[in-house]
Design a protein around this ligand. Structure first.
Ligand code: IFM
Length: 426
């Protein structure tokens, strides 16, 4: 069955940050620091999904979707990131999974969508190798409770973004500015992924994926400098996270002059390259790259121009999804497992969101045009307008409008369009 779903993430929608024994996450800390998030917004209440989830589940099935990708908040399950499970935290997801199964919606949990327990960050977060082992322990606790009903699991969401924005540039939690010294964050997340895959399988998980944020990289010109810069950026953004899980190797990162890879220990790559049942791919837009960049970087972002843009200013390039899917096949060949488009969507204001309809329709058609790729799912980001990280509540990605004063949900034109489209398929 092809999965037609929508996706959300715990910190972006749940709220109730002090309820059910939940511990603090790095996003609680970060969003409460002055100047970190636009207008001082926090996820304290968000969409109040923790209390309103039955209404949200009804919205999912009401659209005719057959899958729901959500994330489990690690600090709800282990308030300090390790030790025994907090049963109240697991109970919340247990009820959600039951409700989804009851109405025939496939639950697809993601185990880490950036809300690391603050207690683990206090010990170095993902710069600390031990976090990988703690992540696997946590994965086992969740799977022991849910794997009797959950067959499809995602370990990490967008480890590139978490490393780059969270630890490299400091615009996301935990707000560290390590620049290229953040590289161990990539490795420790990937190691955590590999260890978690083993734990999930031991608990009976059938279909296990990782979700990477991937972008087609367009060289700004055919000059040797721009071609080299594009290859370097492709290595950092795409291959650093796809190659280890699919091939068991790291890509050539020599353009970055990073000499100390001592954090990669014997056997790590074997652990990371656990066989996967699918690759989750989040696609938003291509990236146009020229060389070199500032501060010793081998590239700079030359900007994609000549396309419409979303409210966020992101270029709308539907065919980039076809290009991406086909390039994954060209790069990985038989090593590429089935692909799930685990996020695709756009921010626009308003309830009569005709631009979102055009966006989704164009991307779904582009996905269908991809040749030679076994695509098994497509998830719209996002079900609800929600907390868009450093942008707070200013970027609205939802199929459903949320009034953040009243928490009233109003399905947008795109929701009704999607329902009609899915109705024609069945
Ligand atoms: O909101 C995010 C999501 O958490 C991860 N992928 C991209 C989305 C839009 O920025």
């Amino acid at each position: 069955m092809f999965l037609w779903g929508t996706a959300t993430a715990s910190y972006q929608i749940e709220g109730a940050v002090h309820e059910g024994g939940r511990g603090p996450s790095i996003w609680d800390t970060f969003s409460h620091e002055p100047g970190r998030v636009r207008d001082g917004h926090t996820g304290d209440v968000a969409c109040d999904h923790y209390h309103r989830w039955p209404e949200d589940v009804a919205l999912i099935s009401g659209a005719g979707l057959n899958a729901y990708r959500f994330s489990v908040a690690w600090p709800r399950v282990q308030p300090s990131g390790r030790g025994p499970a907090n049963q109240a935290g697991l109970d919340f997801y247990d009820r959600l999974v039951d409700a989804l199964c009851d109405i025939g919606v496939v639950p697809v949990p993601t185990l880490f969508h950036w809300d690391l327990p603050q207690a683990l960050e206090d010990e170095g977060g993902w710069m600390n190798r031990d976090t990988a082992a703690y992540f696997a322990d946590y994965a086992a606790l969740v799977a022991e409770r849910l794997a009797d009903r959950v067959g499809t699991w995602i370990t990490l969401n967008e480890p590139f973004v978490h490393m780059t924005f969270g630890y490299g540039l400091g615009v996301h939690a935990p707000g560290r500015t390590l620049f290229l010294d953040a590289l161990p964050v990539a490795h420790h997340q990937l190691l955590g992924h590999g260890l978690a895959v083993r734990a999930l399988r031991a608990a009976g998980a059938r279909t296990v994926l990782i979700t990477n944020n991937c972008t087609p990289v367009w060289p700004a010109s055919d000059s040797p400098e721009d071609l080299a810069a594009a290859a370097a950026y492709d290595a950092l953004h795409n291959r650093l996270f796809n190659d280890p899980v699919l091939l068991g190797t790291y890509p050539d990162m020599s353009a970055y002059g990073l000499e100390d890879w001592g954090f990669v220990r014997d056997g790590d790559l074997e652990t990371i390259a656990q066989p996967l049942d699918g690759l989750g791919v989040n696609y938003y837009n291509p990236t146009r790259i020229a060389g070199p960049g500032a501060g010793g970087l081998p590239f700079h972002d030359a900007g994609v121009t000549g396309y419409p843009t979303t409210a966020f200013g992101w270029p709308v390039v539907p065919d980039g999804l076809r290009e991406l899917l086909e390039s994954l096949k060209a790069t990985y060949g038989t090593a590429l497992p089935p692909v799930y488009v685990t996020e695709n969507g756009c921010s626009y204001d308003g309830i009569d969101d005709q631009e979102r309809i055009t966006y989704l329709n164009g991307h779904i058609e582009a996905m269908r045009r991809a040749r030679g790729v076994d695509v098994r799912g497509y998830f719209v980001w996002s079900l609800l307008d929600n907390f868009e990280w450093a942008e707070g509540y200013h970027q609205r990605f939802g199929l459903v409008h949320v009034d953040f004063e009243t928490q009233e949900r109003t399905p947008k034109a795109s929701y009704h369009w999607l329902k009609g489209m899915l109705g024609q398929l069945s």
